[in-house]
Design a protein around this ligand. Structure first.
Ligand SMILES: [Zn+2]
Ligand SMILES: [Zn+2]
Length: 272
């Protein structure tokens, strides 16, 4: 299927430590690819905010996006975003940041457990690593993040599976987490927040979105209607990647619109 309202609300510029292309170049690429809207959401890892110089990153990223937004006015809707990693480990600074900067969209995510390395760097072949119990605490923190409620959309809910299942081929019994996942989804719904459909997994070994179809269906069954979508692109060539597949999946699960944010206010646009 081809869609006319393609948007990508989770992307990284070279103001992210793992980003590769400038904001302007990414805007040009997004426009050429026919995207209607793009949000740049550079990493701000809140558990290392000053140590990792994310205070400086936040300023650079914000102003480059603001500049790009005016340069592309009328051609491409550019939203100023940030991906707040581990905000619940440092609520005070997180709240201060989001109240001082006029973001369009805040993405909430968790990449690591407290004082532990990112799941990305873990060796899941190590027999001392009990990934089922790591996932227990991961989802507990996701619930705390949802309850904190300082973001607009909850990013890649099943992030560790990218590595545990995708890269290491381990099998995870997700029924162990269904109760807490329900609680996370219900918290989002009660708070009027969005769930993110992250399409990065479609181009990675895991081969599926985060969350996957079963969780999307559950979200819908529980009354969820607000869904954002993002490629999690770290390269220009990945801008918009998998968004069409994501739209197809959303439609299949009963969603007829996708949510975008300006000034931290949601607007639902039809998937068509
Ligand atoms: Zn992330
Ligand atoms: Zn990201």
């Amino acid at each position: 299927m081809t869609f006319k309202n393609l948007v990508d609300l989770h992307t990284h510029t070279d103001n992210s430590f793992d980003g590769n292309h400038s904001t302007m170049f990414l805007c040009e690429t997004a426009y050429m690819k026919g995207l209607r809207a793009v949000a740049f959401t550079d990493h701000l890892e809140m558990d290392a905010f000053f140590k990792g110089s994310f205070d400086k990153t936040a300023i650079h990223s914000f102003f480059e996006i603001a500049k790009a937004r005016s340069a592309f006015e009328g051609r491409l809707l550019v939203c100023i975003g940030a991906e707040l990693g581990q905000a619940v480990y440092n609520k005070e600074i997180s709240e201060k940041l989001i109240s001082t900067m006029k973001y369009d969209i805040i993405i909430g995510s968790i990449h690591n457990l407290p004082n532990v390395q990112d799941f990305y760097y873990m060796d899941f072949n190590d027999e001392n690593i009990d990934y089922h119990s790591l996932l227990d605490s991961y989802f507990e923190w996701e619930l705390k993040l949802a309850q904190w409620n300082g973001f607009d959309t909850l990013a890649h809910l099943t992030y560790p599976l990218r590595y545990i299942v995708g890269n290491y081929g381990k099998s995870v019994d997700m029924s162990r987490y269904s109760e807490i996942i329900d609680e996370i989804l219900l918290t989002l719904i009660r708070n009027g927040k969005s769930l993110e459909l992250n399409t990065a997994g479609l181009r990675q070994p895991i081969g599926i979105t985060s969350p996957d179809e079963s969780i999307l269906r559950r979200y819908k069954d529980l009354g969820g209607s607000m869904l954002t979508i993002g490629s999690d692109a770290h390269y220009a060539e990945h801008l918009g990647a998998g968004i069409d597949k994501g739209y197809e999946l959303a439609l299949k699960c009963g969603f007829d619109s996708i949510t975008i944010y300006q000034n931290r206010t949601p607007t639902l646009i039809p998937i068509e």
